[in-house]
Design a binder for this molecule. Structure first.
Ligand SMILES: C[S@@+](CC[C@H](N)C(=O)[O-])C[C@H]1O[C@@H](n2cnc3c(N)ncnc32)[C@H](O)[C@@H]1O
Length: 331
C-alpha cells in the first residue's frame, strides 16, 4: 500500500491528478483522509507518480490506526524497511483528531528498538507519521522538492512574461489530460505548460499568434533542456490548417483573460468558443483537453455544445478581479 500527500491549496484538482496518473498504470486510490490518499499501485506506477505537480510526497504506507497507542503497538510488528539512519517526521493535518505531540519520540523509540539509528539532521530514511481522522505511518519514497518548481517560475526563465501559470498547476493540467506521448498548447505564450510536458518526456507542440511568443517559448524550452518540440506562429482558431491531417493525443492551454492586446483584437467569449471548436477538430477520439477560463464564462455548456464530454472542473481565485475554473474535457 502507498500513500500520496497532496497539496492543500487545490485539493480536488490534486486528488484527480493522482487518479489520472494511477489510471495510466493500473493503480487506484482506495481511501482518503483530507490530504492523505491511500493508494494501491504496482511498481510501474512509480514513474507516473513521479510526474505529479500538486503533491508533497508519496511513500509506502505501513501502519494505520485509530489511536496513538494502537499505532505504536502495530509499529512494533512492522519490519521497517529502513536503509541506514532514520528520523520520524509528523504531519499534523488540519483535521487531526489525536494528540500527537509525543508521537515522533515514541515511534522513534519503537523503530530504534529494532536496531536502527536515529539521525535528525541527515537521515537516510524519513519515517512519516500523519494525523487526520486516523493515524498513519510509513516510509517516504519520493519528495517533490518545491525548489524544482520554483526554478521554473516565470521570472526565472530567459524569456519572461508575467502571464504564466504556476509550474505546479501547469504540470497538473498536463497530467489531467493523461498524455503519454504528446501534447499541444495552442495558445502557449511563454511556454509554461509545454516546459512541464516536455520535462515529462512528451513531444510538445505549441502555437501562438505573436512572433515574440514563439521565439520566447523556443528559448524557454531550450533553457530547461526540452528538445522535442514543434512550434508554429498562427491562430488557435485554425489548428486544422496549421497541422494538416494531424490528430493530437492531448491538449492543455491557458487562453488570455483580459486585455485587448492579449486577445489580438478579438472579443473574448467569441475567441474562447472558436478555440474550443478548433481544438475539438484536431483532438483524437477519446483525447483529453485541460483548459482554464475565467469564472464568468460557462465552460461546460460551451464545450458540450462543441461535442466535448465534461470530466471535471476546479475553482481558483487568483486575485480580487480574477477567478477562474480549470476544466477537463474528453472528446
Ligand atoms: C495567458 S497566455 C498563455 C500563457 C502560457 N500558459 C504560459 O505559461 O506562458 C495566452 C497567449 O495566447 C496568445 N493568443 C491570443 N490569441 C491567440 C490566438 N488567436 N491564437 C493563438 N494564440 C493566441 C497570446 O499571444 C498569449 O501569449
Amino acid at each position: 500500500m502507498l500513500y500520496v500527500e497532496i497539496l492543500g491549496n487545490m485539493p480536488e484538482m490534486a486528488g484527480d491528478e493522482v487518479k489520472a496518473m494511477l489510471e495510466l498504470s493500473c493503480g487506484k486510490v482506495i481511501g482518503r483522509d483530507y490530504l492523505l490518499l491511500r493508494v494501491e499501485a504496482p511498481r510501474k506506477s512509480f514513474p507516473y507518480l513521479d510526474r505529479l505537480g500538486l503533491a508533497h510526497e508519496y511513500g509506502e504506507l505501513l501502519v494505520e490506526a485509530d489511536s496513538v497507542e494502537e499505532l505504536l503497538e502495530k509499529a512494533k510488528d512492522v519490519e521497517w524497511p529502513i536503509a541506514g539512519t532514520f528520523k520520524v517526521d509528523t504531519e499534523t493535518m488540519a483535521n487531526c483528531r489525536h494528540n500527537v505531540l509525543d508521537l515522533p519520540r515514541k515511534l522513534g523509540a519503537v523503530i530504534h528498538a529494532q536496531g536502527f539509528r536515529v539521525n535528525l539532521s541527515k537521515p537516510d530514511t524519513v519515517v512519516r507519521a500523519y494525523c487526520g481522522e486516523r493515524l498513519y505511518a510509513g516510509i517516504r519514497l519520493h519528495y517533490f522538492d518545491p525548489k524544482d518548481f520554483e526554478r521554473r517560475k516565470a521570472h526565472h526563465r530567459p524569456f519572461f512574461r508575467p502571464i504564466s501559470l504556476h509550474p505546479r498547476i501547469s504540470r497538473a493540467m498536463v497530467n489531467l489530460t493523461k498524455a503519454r506521448k504528446e501534447l499541444l498548447d495552442p495558445m502557449m505564450g511563454a511556454g509554461g505548460i509545454l516546459i512541464e510536458a516536455g520535462l515529462l518526456g512528451l513531444r510538445v507542440y505549441g502555437v501562438d499568434i505573436k512572433p515574440e511568443m514563439v521565439e520566447g517559448a523556443r528559448r524557454n524550452l531550450l533553457h530547461y533542456g526540452v528538445r522535442d518540440f514543434v512550434l508554429r506562429l498562427g491562430d488557435a482558431t485554425r489548428l486544422g490548417e496549421l497541422f494538416p491531417g494531424k490528430k493530437f493525443e492531448a491538449v492543455a492551454t491557458d487562453p488570455p483573460y483580459g486585455t485587448a492586446a492579449s486577445l489580438a483584437g478579438r472579443k473574448r467569449e467569441e475567441l474562447y468558443r472558436r478555440v474550443l471548436e478548433s481544438i475539438y477538430e484536431v483532438l483524437e477520439e477519446g483525447g483529453r483537453l485541460a483548459i482554464a477560463f475565467p469564472a464568468s464564462f460557462d465552460g461546460v455548456s460551451e464545450a458540450e455544445r462543441v461535442g466535448f464530454r465534461f470530466v471535471s472542473k476546479y475553482y481558483q481565485r487568483v486575485h480580487k478581479s480574477l477567478d477562474r475554473y480549470f476544466y477537463v474535457f474528453e472528446k
